[in-house]
Design a protein around this ligand. Sequence first.
Ligand code: NAD
Length: 495
Amino acid sequence: MNEARLMSELQEFLHFIDGSYRPSVSGKTFPVVAPATGEIYAVAHEGGEVEVNAAVSAARSALNDTWGALSIADRTELISSVADEINARFDDFLEAEIIDTGKPKSLASHIDIPRGAANFKMFADTIRTISGEAFETSTPDGAGAINYSVRKPRGVIAVICPWNFPLLLMTWKVGPALACGNTVVVKPSEETPATATLLGEVMNKAGMPKGVYNVVHGFGPDSAGEFLTSHPGVDGITFTGETRTGEAIMKAAGTGVRPVSLELGGKNSAIVFADANLDKAIEGTMRSVFANCGQVCLGTERVYIERPIFDEFVKRLKESAEALKIGGPCEEEVSLGPLISAEHREKVLSYYALAREEGATVLTGGGKAATSGLSRGGFYVEPTIWTGLSDESRVMREEIFGPCCAVTPFDSEEEVIARANNTKYGLTASVWTDNVTRAHRVARRLEVGVCWVNSWFLRDLRTAFGGAKASGVGREGGVHSLEFYTELENICVKL
Ligand code: NAD
């Protein structure tokens, strides 16, 4: 595959409703741009109330009929077949994901697509082995009672997705939703409609009943996103995206008192103590700052280095950043792709300018990246490292979501914990140290949902995932996903 061939055909992304592909009744479409080249490579249909109504109604019918009637064994077998079918069409998903996001092929082939399949397998396995609770209760007449719990599907789930890991983050929600017996209506990001659309073909091939998985394309406000989250036929909303959007969705969910699961923004820290293995800390911090061009919610934007190793750490981080190869997804050995859109590039560049205004020393980067050939029109920026920013600067407080970080020294454990926690966000942190006692002590005092020690983005899908503070509501992963995707009923039987 090469990018020239990818660009030669204009694709069309239709909605996937009740098992078949449909255009918008309004005829409205919007362009889809390949970030690696800046060219329009497809059009997507924009869903309105008609499409959202049709999708919610198809999801409800499947819930009450075909899907709802399946045993757990049959349901989970079908879900496992979806994973097998994604793997069978691995190259199609890979091609779709890299043209939509521009991310390096090496990244998408190791993370996005395999995780897309694993999300179905893992939750099918979890549901097969889940058990409930039971209590024997004493009663005054001596006969007693038995209490036991059953978990039931919540109903029709709206799944609203971002663009940074389109297949991975969408299936992270669709996998457990279906495994728990719900049906879904997915609204993919307007930037990345490809893999959610392709998944419709996989659902049909795997034999999934019509209406279990539906996709409506469009934007947020006054478009498919808002119509879906405010639809009274939706029983729960799971969302990944910006904190500001999460607030709007929480308000929409308030009508009808519908539950939400929110995975939101972050301003994550890495804390490197002087006793850390420096090679590993540099390698891990490089990944946590620059992977996916810094467009990872778990990524590091604040790096705190214990003063004795500050100069050496900064020198080596700068050298490593300058060695990153920038380019399109299919270029050899590329480690830094483009940002998702021209608009997002403007946002990141505005923070590059703000950092200078706020007194930063720019160690490396700070501008647009020069690219050539097919990549000339893509949305590339330079990997950027700053020192000299105060903790109160906007660059140290606001989520940028680009390939950049601010590095700053610290002198004591107490000081660094307070500074790391000095943010409205609370998604993740990484602590680098060879002192095991300190690792445990610091990790539990950080106000985050996930803390890695001597690693970053090491995920076991059975573990709880989510954010503290403004980084989210609820936890997903393993059995924790059951809290949102099922309704727990207690049955009390008087003997
Ligand atoms: P975004 O909030 O702009 O958009 C996410 C989705 O919400 C899109 O599909 C969009 O169309 C939709 N949307 C927007 N407004 C809406 C509204 N009013 N009603 C309903 N839907 C609406 O986020 P993004 O730019 O796509 O993604 C980047 C953000 O996602 C970053 O803040 C990042 O930190 C966050 N993120 C968080 C996690 C996590 O697990 N915590 C994971 C990935 C990304």
